[in-house]
Design a binder for this molecule. Sequence first.
Ligand code: V0D
Length: 256
Amino acid sequence: MLKRLFQSKGKADSREAARSSVDKKSVPEHVAIIMDGNRRWATEHGLPRVAGHHTGMNNVREITMAADRLGVHVLTLYAFSTENWKRPKDEVDYLMGLPQEFFPKMIGELEEKNVQVRMMGHRELLPEQTLQTVEEAVKRTEKNSGLVLNFAFNYGGRKEILHSVQKLMEDAAAGTVRADQLDESMFRQYLLSGDLPDPDLLIRTSGEIRLSNFMLWQLAYAELWFTEVFWPDFTEVHFQRAILDYQKRVRRYGGL
Ligand code: V0D
């Protein structure tokens, strides 16, 4: 049957093909993602903004499982920035309800896959119920030893750095650290990312070519990868493409 030759590969086949061309030995240990384009996706589909956020949330599941299958150790997702409070109140309220929807749906699968949930961000201004939900998920998965799913939530890079300096100054005033002891390895312990390694790869969806105050200290040496694809349309195949491109770049630098 000649026709068969021209049939396009099925979804599962192309996912598998892309996955097998990813070199398992040099998978980035830490991938960070700015999940942009949920509102634009909704507008293009004639749907309300919140529908974009909801579809975006479901995609968090897809990409978390893809990262786990590929052997990524840490996946940091920019869920809500300190600037996002400026959005319309109804939209902010909706976003703050997403963790309460995400966890009951996801906890079984997170447990099964041994995923450890973490939160990187500022507690202030977060609704009590939202904070409780996230803290419960963090607590329930803290003994898991698989993929670290790190939510950047009410996070801002400059705020993080200022906060770190503030704590450092307090420690200096208390006499527990001296100015001449300060180096990069000491400073990084004051950051919200704590004991996590720096991201090796940053992905941003939806066409903006900016950092938008995300992990300013930690991204110093990361490879940056941008796509026009909106976050709700970003699939495992796009994720694998980003990792393949990362591996090509790393190999090139390694050869110099
Ligand atoms: C909306 C696209 C999961 C980006 C993804 C409140 C914007 C979907 C969470 C989530 C959001 C956060 C913490 C947690 C568990 C789940 C989430 C927000 C937005 C901000 F512990 N998706 N998601 N949180 N969106």
